[in-house]
Design a protein around this ligand. Structure first.
Ligand SMILES: C[S@@+](CC[C@H](N)C(=O)[O-])C[C@H]1O[C@@H](n2cnc3c(N)ncnc32)[C@H](O)[C@@H]1O
Length: 462
């Protein structure tokens, strides 16, 4: 065996088992259910209600109140499979689902992302539909919600691990390497060979499509970490200053580690599933939901922020390795709410949405930057279409809960939640309540000036 590649499966197994034990002990000891709600004062002398862990279903909520929710479940079940920008912490959708629906109800998640809401629906016996325009989100959502055949998983994990211990660079030829833009900028040669080898071994297995997709997500989950790109930023960029240390065998080791961790997580999910069904709507868009009027009992979502995360660009390396894109991302970007991909014909003139607060800000931004002003207008116009569609597909009395943050655009604070609430009233929703959820930990960093510090939860009633 090539001496460059000392990879010890037993050592990795030991590390994974140790982490799993530590996590189990931590979650057991974190809170006493009767003491997990208390009033606190933050560094700006503001009063907040701090909730540690599980949010009590009957937690009193006053309009405009601010909460600090501390999450312990971000890695529990399949929630911890793969990073995803602006992912929900599971306690929030879990609480909303329990508060606003009952077992057997039908729930819509129109901006599904990595399916946090839908996983909680599966665990709490609610049927659900997920809508997303992003092919990567759809694949990830499918994998995170699909239990695997235990025997098939164990047999093929053993085969893959065996293959990985026998890796040699000479087993990969130039023709095997994938082709995509700036490949050799993004990946060091050693890593490129390792990733190609892993992918080749996955595709050589005779297995079910579900298991193959699971392995593809295991591979995708290590791409950013082993690339030259900063793996803590929503932008896919190489930062020279970062001085990222990537050693040979790094991709192989990380893959084995994630394979073992994710296998455990999928088994944990399978052990707690109810009989609820989950469907990823194949051709819906949050602005065109392919369901009949009065279908859903509840909708819960966190839509994209205006002009904050460019999802196709964030996942560009993963999209290439998963064969979900091979060159320009422009086509994928076009369908995204909040996109920066707009045409100059559109942004020459000022466009207003017909909501006073938003239009004042859009006019101010237009004076500095007509393109950004159009991006803001387009975001609100798309969100209006989405809120109309959800209104149409909700049953009478059903709620639409939207979790959204503010951001700063050209120095102006763009208060999406305020504008969305006012637009919702124009559409015919009743504003039942709204409250703030402080954000203390970002899973993925965004540049400082674009930090989103409070998410607002708005509860709309049809
Ligand atoms: C903030 S993320 C949702 C994260 C999700 N709550 C989770 O826990 O993973 C917003 C999602 O909206 C999706 N999206 C953007 N435009 C969309 C559209 N037109 N229709 C449906 N989904 C869209 C993005 O692909 C992204 O996955």
């Amino acid at each position: 065996m090539d001496s460059h590649y000392p990879i010890s499966i037993p050592k990795i197994r030991e590390k994974v088992a140790k982490k799993r034990n530590q996590y189990a002990n931590k979650t057991l000891s974190v809170f006493d259910e009767n003491l997990n709600v208390k009033e606190i004062t933050n560094e700006f002398s503001e009063t907040l209600v701090r909730v540690d862990g599980e949010i009590p279903v009957d937690l009193p909520v006053e309009k405009g109140q601010r909460f600090l929710f501390i999450s312990y479940d971000q890695s529990r079940f399949s929630h911890g499979i793969h990073k995803y920008p602006a992912k929900f912490f599971p306690e929030l959708p879990r609480w909303l689902i329990k508060k606003y629906s009952k077992e057997g109800d039908f729930i819509l998640e129109p901006f599904m992302g990595s399916a946090t809401t839908n996983i909680e629906c599966l665990l709490h016996n609610r049927h659900s539909v997920g809508v997303d325009v992003d092919p990567f989100a759809k694949l990830l959502a499918k994998v995170k919600t699909t239990p695997l055949d235990k025997t098939e998983l164990e047999v093929n994990n053993a085969i893959l691990l065996e293959k990985i211990t026998h890796f040699q660079p000479s087993l990969i030829t130039e023709e095997d390497l994938p082709l995509f833009p700036y490949r050799d900028n993004w990946f060091q040669k050693d890593i490129l060979l390792e990733l190609t080898y892993i992918k080749k071994q996955i595709y050589a297995l005779t297995i079910s499509q579900n298991l193959k997709d699971f392995y593809r997500i295991c591979l995708s989950s290590i791409i950013r970490a082993v690339s030259n790109a900063d793996d803590n930023c929503t932008r896919t960029v190489v930062r020279k200053k970062l001085n990222k240390k990537i050693e040979p065998a790094f991709a192989l080791t990380k893959f084995v580690e994630n394979l073992l961790v994710f296998s455990n997580r999928i088994e944990d999910l399978a052990a707690c599933l109810t009989s609820a069904k989950f469907i990823i709507s194949p051709n819906s868009d949050a602005r065109h939901i392919q369901y009949n009027d009065n279908t859903f009992d509840l909708a819960v979502t966190s839509p994209p922020y205006c002009n904050a995360v460019d999802y196709p660009r964030t996942h560009q390396l993963e999209l290439y390795w998963l064969d979900l894109a091979n060159g320009s991302l422009a086509d994928l970007k076009k369908h995204h709410v909040g996109t920066e991909t707009v045409s100059s014909v559109d942004y020459k003139n000022l466009h207003l949405i017909g909501e006073e607060l938003a239009d004042t800000i859009i006019k101010r931004i237009y004076e500095m930057d007509n393109r950004r002003a159009y991006i803001c207008y387009k975001y609100l116009a798309d969100m209006k279409k989405n809120m109309q569609e959800v209104h149409r597909t909700l049953k009478k009395g059903g709620r639409y809960v939207i979790v959204v943050g503010n951001n700063t655009i050209r120095g102006e604070i763009f208060e999406s939640w305020q504008y969305l609430m006012n637009i919702a009233e124009q559409i015919g929703y009743e504003i039942e309540t709204y409250f703030g959820s402080e954000i203390i930990k970002h899973f993925i960093k965004v540049p400082r000036e674009e930090r989103i510090d409070v998410d607002w939860v708005i509860v709309l009633k049809k």
